[in-house]
Ligand binder design. Sequence first.
Ligand code: SF4
Length: 232
Amino acid sequence: MARAPKTASDKLNPSCSECQTRNCYRRDSKYPQFCLSEANPDGAKETKALYSGRGQDAKVARAAAEVEAEYYGRLTRLEETIIFALKLGAQKVGVASCVGFLDESAVYAKVVRAAGLEVKTVGCKVGSIDKCEIGLPDGLKLAPGVHEACCNPVLQAKVLNDWGSDLNVLLGLCVGHDYLFSKHSKAPAVTLAVKDRVLSHNPMGAIYTHKFYYKRIMDLSTFPQSRLKDKK
Ligand code: SF4
């Protein structure tokens, strides 16, 4: 049975987040009225054909499903990326790392090499373009008045594309820079870790504690953007 809508926006547009049957998973219950499986039969047919084919999307989809099935709950995500690379038949693993994760990337590179694969890491400040050169005011630098390179995910992707990586792994890229890297990466790009400067790179911490320590996330008026608007 579908969960009763709790907020005005739920009422307007319930989707999978508001579903309590999750019948799409095992088909042991009922679809809710707003079910996106039921609303998209053609999409299901098209994607079934895609995944059962011989193209790269099919290869990636099956490799990912095999990793899940064979190692469910037994391997860390780090290990899963290595098994995934092996299943894809990758020889060269590119790492797109945040500059703040380069020590961690060195550990990861050792693990990748130990698996018999080649690895190349490209840090996010590659190219060393000053933030002012891309239109940011000097006052928005963390250290105004000195050279401060912007993140350069497009060049990270280009370096790894030129090297011929078979799989790229994102390590700690910022929100938005992750999009640019994935967009420009020729090889499939998967994420080992995302950046969260406040929660030790565990963004789910805010959700797991939203009823107490991070209840502020449920109150839009406390968002920095709201405060900025107030100042205008
Ligand atoms: S696809 Fe349908 S059954 Fe599955 S979670 Fe979404 S609404 Fe629920």
